[in-house]
Structures are given as C-alpha cells and as structure tokens.
Design a protein around this ligand. Structure first.
Ligand code: ATP
Ligand code: MG
Length: 494
C-alpha cells in the first residue's frame, strides 16, 4: 500500500513541474508564438468541450450601473431554483413584499431545464486587484452569473430561454413589489445631490371595492371598465391610442372619492402619484414630473377646482386687453399675480400634461381628478378623451348603507333596516356620516345602539334640511316683496 506521505510528495513535485513549465512558457516563448499557441489550444479545447458560456456581470457601463439583466436573473433564480441550491445568500430587498430574498451563494451551481434542454447557472465573483481612484468607488468584488449550455442549443437558449427568464423575472418582481404612494417635491427643491422630483412612502390603504359603499351596479361598471383597460394593451395599440384612461370623480365631501382611488390602486396593483399642483412652478415642470412617473401607475390630482385657478384662465386672457387702461383693475391684477406666485401652471399647461406627451411615456396609466364642484371646471379639462369616465359619488343610498353595515358591524340584516331605508330615501347624508355612526364608540356599544344613533342623526339631518329649505323660501319671499314694493313706489313717483 502506498503511503499517504508518498502521495503528497508526488503531487507536490507534479505541481512544481507544471508551475515551472508555465513560467518558462510565459517568460521565454516569443509573444507572437504565444498567441498562436493559445488560439490553437482554445480551438482544441472547444472541440473537446462543446459548451458555450455567457457571463452576466452585476455592474456594467461607464458609471458601473447595476445591470438590469443581472437583477432579473437573480430574481428568476431565487424564485425558481432556490430550493435546489444548497448554499444560499440572504439579502434584504427594499420595496418588496418578501423583504428577505434568498439567492445562490458564490460558486454554487444549479441546473435549470427549458423545453427539455439542460442549462447550468453558476454564481461567482472576481476580485479586482487594480488600485484605481474614481468618483464612483467600485467594489473590489465583481459578481456575475454564468450560463453554460451545449452549443447545439445556441439559438434556443440565446433567444427564447433568455427572453423567458427576463419575462418571468419581470412578472415575479411585479407580483412581489410593494405599492408606493408618491408625492411631488416643490420644484425649487429638485436640484442637488440625490434630489428627486417625487418622494414616496409605502402605500398601505386597506380600501377595496368590496368595502366601498356605493350602488352595486355602478361599482360593477367601474370594475369592468378597469378590467377591460388592464387587458387592453393590444386593443389600444390597434386603435392607435395611448394606453391610458382618465376618470373624473365628483360629488360632495365625504362620499368616498379618495377611498375609491385607493380601491382602484389596490385592485389594479398600480402605484399612486399624488400630484400637488400648487407645488409645481411652471408648465415645463409639469412635463418633467410626468416623464418621471412609471407605467402601471395612477396619477391623481385631488380637488382640481381648488388646486389652481384653472377655471378662469381662458376668460382672463380674453379680458386682459379690456382691463389694460383701468388703474384699479391693474392693481388688482398685480395682487392676484402675487398671490399665485407659487405656481404659474396654466390650464393649457395642464391640458398638455394630460394628453400632449402621453404617448412618449409608455402606457398603462390612469389619471384621476376629483372635485366637489364639477360645474366649476373648464369643459376642455374634462371632455371625453381626457377624462373618459365621469363617476358621480353621491349621498348614501340603502345599498351603500348595507355595505357599510357589513363592513363596520358585520351585519347583513336587522329589524331597524326598513326604517333606515325609508329615512335614507328622505334625506341626504354622506357615507362618511353613516360610517361615523356605525362605528362603535366603546367596547360595550352594540349594533342596536349604533343603528339607533344613525336613525337619530338621520332625523336631525332631515329636520335641518327642512328648516334650511323653509328659511330659503322665506328669504326668497322677502326679496320678492321688497322688489314688488319698490316697483309700486316707482309707479307712484312716476
Ligand atoms: N363610499 C364609501 N364607502 C366606504 N367608506 C366611505 C365611503 N365614503 C366615505 N367613506 C368613509 O368616509 C371617510 C371619508 O371619505 P373620503 O375621504 O373618501 O371622501 P372624499 O369624497 O374624498 O371627501 P373630500 O371631497 O372631502 O375629499 C373615509 O375614511 C371612509 O371611511
Ligand atoms: Mg378626498
């Protein structure tokens, strides 16, 4: 039996010989012959080893940007093959529903199969030994994935398989991503190190269409519209229209406009960009903000009638020339301009924002305006094509009440329901008012007392409305009487 020590000494001497030959080759072989030698050894190796290898480095380009392909492959591999790998690396990923993502560790190899063809994925890194100074300090470790496959399947792998990996990775990251709520930073704070146009927080509003109190038929119609929009990529391309849809939500305060936006975002799984127009200085800034939004998003302008004086812009331009000579008016004009100094966004700027460069920004975007006073808005702003669907959110009806009762008290029928139904038909209360009454105020408050509270507040609302109507009629009569008396007086004087 050969002794262990003997094996070691033989191995040592073989290694030393190889190293010696290699050093001799590198030092004394003429460089042009060295190139030939390498070329032919590579040819010989590829003949003996018919596999192709593709490398996907983590950072690429001049500024060492993280490669999108590397990230996509990492996502794909961690979802599809992390069960197969024995050594895993755990990473905390921001903005993901699963904050801890497991991926292959260095030198770990796994086999994937695509249409019956085997491919090998290897995760590895190289260490950079060069000492360079850069304003973009590079990490010493350069990670990469390498994909190995038989050269027979070159076309299948380089086109179909890699496409499949990228597509699946995209679907996984969309599924795992957390919704975000963006708000625009004031224009003057956009520039400087690491400044952005939008700031975001995680969007975690619990509103759903199921919990939204409104006429069920109307709700169904909106849901169908959204479903059709989501699946309409090819249809929009066919008719030559940008893949976007505009909704105008209008109705009195507390009828669920903001709640509906949250429900739409959760239903579509879109990010929300809450655009505060008063923080936008110029029309051009508005365009920049739009370009900075991503697809699969909802751009919201709440209370559009209050955001800016968009209603009167056109009229003002027309009246401008008439007012030129009047000194009092010019003082007023200067005052108005001073008041608006924060923002110079005009109606035409906003119209351009909505439809001007939509097509340049890719698709799958919804734009929503909300207002309490739909009549105040310029018709150009809300015409079909810009705001495709006008949705009125109105006072609480019986159907809407039933949804609220189910949400707040988990009750679907009750002896007091007929009375409430009758009273809801006679008076206008918002779902927000009803919801407030249905919410138990203490641990021992039961559903009966909540419904009684609601009935009481409905009675009060009804009496108040009657009183107001009576006062209005009295006021009108009084005015009529004064006009009549003045008229008679005039006649007598005549
Ligand atoms: N239709 C509704 N379904 C369920 N809850 C509602 C509904 N309407 C109002 N609410 C409740 O009332 C509160 C206020 O509603 P919301 O903020 O959506 O009203 P709004 O129409 O946006 O009002 P505003 O015009 O003042 O912005 C919400 O927190 C929600 O709980
Ligand atoms: Mg609102």
């Amino acid at each position: 039996m050969v002794e262990f020590g003997q094996i070691w000494s033989q191995l040592g001497s073989t290694m030393a010989t190889i190293m010696f030959v290699y050093t001799m080759f590198d030092k004394f072989f003429p460089p042009h012959l060295r190139t030939y030698f390498r070329k032919y050894t590579q040819k010989f190796a590829s003949f003996m080893y018919p596999y192709i290898q593709i490398t996907f480095p983590e950072f690429s380009g001049e500024h060492l940007k993280r490669s999108a392909a590397y990230t996509a492959i990492q996502t794909y591999l961690s979802a599809n093959t992390s069960q197969k790998a024995k050594r895993l690396r755990a990473e905390v990923v921001k903005d993901s529903q699963t904050p801890l993502v497991l991926s292959m560790d260095d030198n770990e190899e796994i086999i994937d199969e695509f249409q019956g063809v085997k491919v090998w994925w290897l995760s590895n890194h190289t260490t950079n030994r060069s000492q360079s100074f850069s304003i973009y300090p590079a990490s010493d470790e350069k990670r990469y994935f390498s994909l190995t496959f038989h050269q027979r399947y070159r076309d299948l792998i380089t086109s179909t398989y890699i496409q499949h990996v990228l597509k699946e990775a995209n679907e996984i990251s969309v599924k795992n991503r957390q919704l975000k709520l963006y708000t625009n930073n004031p224009s003057k704070e956009w520039y400087g190190y690491k400044r952005t146009k939008w700031s975001h927080i995680m969007f975690e509003h619990p509103a759903r269409f199921e919990t939204l109190a409104m006429d069920p038929k109307k709700k169904e119609e909106i849901i169908n519209d959204l479903v059709k929009f989501k699946a309409g990529k090819d249809y929009y391309a066919k008719i030559g229209k940008a893949w976007k849809r505009g909704y105008l939500l209008y109705g009195p305060p507390g009828t669920g406009k903001s709640t509906m936006i949250a429900a739409i975002a959760n239903f579509m799984y879109y990010d929300v960009y809450d655009l505060e127009l008063t923080a936008v200085k110029e029309n051009t800034d508005l365009k920049k903000l739009l370009i900075d939004t991503t697809s699969k998003s909802i751009i919201v302008i709440e209370d559009i009638d209050c955001s800016l004086d968009l209603t009167g812009q056109r009229k003002k331009a027309k009246e401008k020339s008439d007012e030129e000579d009047k000194p009092e008016d010019s003082i007023k004009k200067v005052k108005d301009e001073e008041e608006k100094k924060g923002s110079n966004v005009t109606l035409s700027g906003l119209l351009n924002f909505i439809d001007g460069i939509w097509s340049a920004c890719g698709g799958e975007r919804i734009i929503i305006f909300t207002t309490n006073f739909v009549d105040k808005l310029d018709p150009a702003l809300i015409r079909r094509g810009r705001m495709d669907k006008h949705i009125e959110l109105s006072y609480c009806g019986y159907e809407a009440f039933k949804v609220l009762a189910k949400n707040y008290l988990d009750i679907e029928s009750h002896t007091l329901f007929p009375i409430i139904e009758k009273m809801l038909g006679e008076t206008n209360v918002t779902p927000a008012d009803v919801a407030e009454n249905l919410m138990p105020k203490s641990i021992d408050e039961d559903s009966d007392s909540c419904f009684n509270d609601l009935i009481k507040s409905l009675e009060e609302a009804k009496n108040k409305a009657e009183e107001e109507a009576k006062e209005k009629v009295d006021g009108e009569n009084k005015e009529l009487k004064i006009v009549k008396e003045n008229g008679e007086l005039g006649q007598e004087e005549k």
